[in-house]
Ligand binder design. Structure first.
Ligand SMILES: Cc1cc2nc3c(=O)[nH]c(=O)nc-3n(C[C@H](O)[C@H](O)[C@H](O)COP(=O)(O)OP(=O)(O)OC[C@H]3O[C@@H](n4cnc5c(N)ncnc54)[C@H](O)[C@@H]3O)c2cc1C
Length: 379
């Protein structure tokens, strides 16, 4: 059998690609196993805080489609609240197929091997190595990164991440449109809270069109997406039938879990890191990929505690905020009209929301006040 890789990364999305690029830059022998082709179309709004740039030693701007300077919130398409985002480039819109391919390109340029059409079906620890198998073949590695997204089952079989993951139901619509004809606000991202039961809709401008969608965050009943889109799309100057609808389940944060085992870590959606209030999943995917690479490098160098430290770091740097995000979501989406009035229409709210979206603040910084306000109003 051929000599083992240092690390096999299962999945070439944002989390896997970010991990692979950092590992390869450290000179480790890395293989990325991706079940699909690259680039790969993925349902995703593509909104992310520009602060993710801090985790990469190269410029991410080739993957950025649009810079967002303002966020517009509405309730049933009315009662708008506008938040001006702070800083030079606080919020970016990316096309996921481009971002993921760009990161993988950086990884392969640094020496990683990319194998496309290589689904991993089984993972087994054999002595000092992991053996990975799939219809395309088998290989060995000293360590494994599970980065296989929301549908991942490889991690839970090994006791990593949530045993009973929670999911949001989403419908994504990609619409090609001319900004001048459709909107005069190409640097404004829109969030609409009144049209979707237990969730919200978004509309993000990108090169040559919009990423539009809706998600429900409590229960698994799908929203009546067609009725919502028939109202939302004309508001943007688009035909109600525009774009192709794509429904998917998004694994969201649901508690603190162990994200590591012996020579193995789980990252991104496979680790249930996606924000349960606003569906922000790219930033935690990139953060966990970066943190996992640092931990694996130390573990491969003989630090036996390094992977446990990864689980702790993700809890501290992301999970603690998400625990508050989950509580906010549970209260807000049950009484969204009150939530909108008390959480978003307050004079200080636009500034706070802007700081959360740009990554300057976590939910913990605002949660106690927001929840108290919502609960007090209900009683
Ligand atoms: C409709 C929608 C809109 C969203 N909008 C936003 C947004 O605007 N901003 C934001 O921050 N987040 C958003 N998210 C969330 C975000 O898309 C995810 O959190 C993010 O994609 C997670 O990245 P990942 O690398 O963990 O998973 P993925 O991007 O799903 O990548 C997983 C990869 O693993 C591959 N794979 C799966 N199984 C295997 C296997 N067995 N073997 C080999 N390869 C495998 C898949 O083909 C895939 O390429 C949205 C999600 C949805 C569904």
């Amino acid at each position: 059998m051929s000599s083992p890789f240092d690390v096999a990364v299962v999945g070439g999305g944002a989390a896997g690609a970010s991990c692979a690029v950092h590992l390869a830059l450290q000179g480790l022998q890395v293989v990325v196993l991706e079940q699909g082709p690259i680039p790969r179309r993925k349902p995703c709004g593509g909104g992310m805080a520009a602060s993710v740039q801090q985790w990469f030693p190269f410029d991410l701007s080739p993957a950025v489609d649009q810079v967002i300077r303002r966020v517009r919130f509405t309730w049933c398409l009315e009662d708008p609240v506008i938040a001006e985002l702070p800083g030079e480039a606080p919020f970016w819109i990316v096309q996921r197929s481009r971002l993921d391919a760009f990161l993988l390109q950086q990884a392969t340029a640094a020496g990683a091997e990319l194998r496309q059409h290589w689904p991993v079906t089984t993972l087994q620890r054999q002595g000092e190595h992991w053996e990975l198998q799939g219809p395309a073949g088998s290989l060995r590695s000293r360590a494994v990164v599970i980065a296989s997204g929301s549908g991942a089952s490889l991690g839970s079989g090994l006791g990593l991440g949530s045993a009973n993951p929670r999911f949001a139901t989403t419908v994504a619509v990609e619409v090609d449109a001319d900004f001048d004809a459709a909107s005069d606000d190409p640097d404004t991202a829109r969030f609409e809270f009144g049209l979707v039961h237990h969730g919200f809709c978004w509309s993000f401008p990108r090169q040559g069109g919009y990423s539009i969608g809706l998600g429900t965050f409590i229960g698994r009943e799908p929203a009546d997406a067609e009725t919502v889109l028939q109202r939302l799309l004309p508001e943007l100057g688009l035909s109600p039938e525009a774009g192709v609808r794509q429904t998917s389940a998004l694994r969201i944060w649901d508690g603190h879990h162990r994200l590591h085992g012996e020579g193995i870590v789980v990252v991104g959606d496979a680790a249930s890191l996606c924000d349960p209030f606003l569906a922000e999943g790219i930033r935690p995917a990139l953060l966990s990929g970066t943190a996992a690479a640092e931990a694996l490098q130390r573990w491969l160098g003989g630090d036996g505690q390094a992977l446990a430290a990864y689980s702790q770091r993700m809890r501290r740097d992301w999970g603690e905020s998400m625990a508050w995000g989950k509580r906010i979501a549970q209260v807000f989406y049950r009484v969204p009209r009150i939530g909108y009035q008390l959480g978003i229409k307050r004079p200080t709210a636009p500034q706070r929301i802007a700081q959360i979206l740009s990554g300057q603040m976590g939910y913990g910084d605002i949660a106690q006040r927001v929840i108290k306000r919502l609960l007090f109003q209900q009683s």
